[in-house]
Design a protein around this ligand. Structure first.
Ligand SMILES: Cc1cc2nc3c(=O)[nH]c(=O)nc-3n(C[C@H](O)[C@H](O)[C@H](O)COP(=O)(O)O)c2cc1C
Length: 303
């Protein structure tokens, strides 16, 4: 038997495979399709204090080996989330991390405080990196000082697991990671999507109404892996790898590079069962190599 468990902050996950924010809804839609309890955990869509409609359509377009989205943080808001979604998670038998977004530091704080008081969750992933809102997290995630300030304020409000999700659209992701580590984050996750654009040459119009959006999926995997490598060499807190992971091999590349866990995003659009399959594929790899614990492979990269 292989021990796939991983401890991040004070939370033990049964395995290192989580779903990425915004690609798995609130978890309830897809829980009919796959066995969520076989995952390490789920990360919800980003929640803001008030509901948001997001950007006008078209807001999703397929690209070569990936997709562009400009969803713009559409979500039901903290109140409805607590009333309608939180109660469902009790039956999931997996870790639940709520993704939080905001346009101001006080909005991030309001959402977290609201959740702290009203329901049980295992932790939070702070989305300071959404590249497709007009006034949202982008202002935080590209600036180390601002990112640190958000984390400092949130740290005061909770002792639960605080994961900070980083944007790759910066000059030095290592500097931002360092700033949030110093501000009290338990863990960083990366990457959010890369800024991208696509054009229809007949209409000569951008494919997305918002013109630019976030690029995700298999096409970003090598870019994401390089960012994870950079961050792992700069900080001591655990790192969660995200970006184009669709197979166990992909996940293992991130784990061997130094990520303690991984999140699966766009792959769930073309194969909803991919997170469950990836858990199995990681397990098979470890069994084949007679490696007893996942932790023995994390950061085992040979340079
Ligand atoms: C349709 C869509 C919606 C997303 N919504 C969010 C979101 O609400 N919050 C967030 O932090 N990331 C969001 N993301 C980014 C993903 O969580 C992930 O970081 C990114 O897609 C890269 O991983 P992937 O290549 O495995 O999809 C979204 C991505 C997609 C494709």
């Amino acid at each position: 038997m292989v021990d796939l468990s991983v401890k991040i902050g004070g939370v033990t996950f049964k395995n290192p495979v989580l779903t990425a924010s915004g690609t798995f809804g609130y978890g309830d839609e897809i829980s009919n399709l796959i066995d969520v309890s076989s995952l390490g955990g789920i990360i919800t869509k980003s929640i803001t204090f008030h509901p948001r409609k997001g950007n006008p359509p078209p807001r999703i377009v397929e690209t070569t080996a990936g997709m562009l989205n400009s969803i713009g943080l559409a979500n039901i808001g903290a109140k409805r989330f607590v009333e309608e979604k939180l109660p469902l998670y009790e039956s999931f038998n997996t870790r639940v991390i709520v993704s939080i977004a905001g346009e101001t530091i006080s909005e991030y704080c309001k959402v977290l405080e609201y959740l702290e008081k009203r329901g049980y969750v295992d932790g939070y992933e702070i989305n300071i990196s959404c590249p497709n809102t007009e006034k949202g997290g982008i202002y935080f995630g590209v600036d180390g000082e601002l990112s640190g300030k958000v984390v400092e304020e949130l740290r005061r409000l909770t002792s639960r697991l605080l994961i900070v999700k980083l944007t790759p659209n910066v000059t030095s992701i290592g500097d931002i990671a360092k700033a949030v580590e110093e501000a009290g984050a338990d863990c960083v996750s990366l990457v959010n999507s890369f800024i991208g654009m696509a054009l229809d040459i007949d209409s000569r119009k951008p494919e997305l109404k918002n013109i630019i959006g976030g690029l995700s999926g298999p096409c970003i995997k090598p870019l994401a892996l390089a960012k994870v490598y950079e961050v792992c060499s700069r900080i001591k807190i655990p790192v969660i790898g995200i970006g184009g992971i669709s197979t166990g091999n992909d996940a293992l590349e991130f784990l061997i590079t130094g990520a303690s866990a991984v999140e699966i995003g766009t792959a769930t659009f073309f194969d909803p069962s991919s997170p469950v399959r990836i858990v199995k594929e990681i397990e098979t790899y470890l069994e084949d190599k007679s490696i007893e614990r996942l932790s023995d492979i994390v950061g085992s990269i040979i340079l």
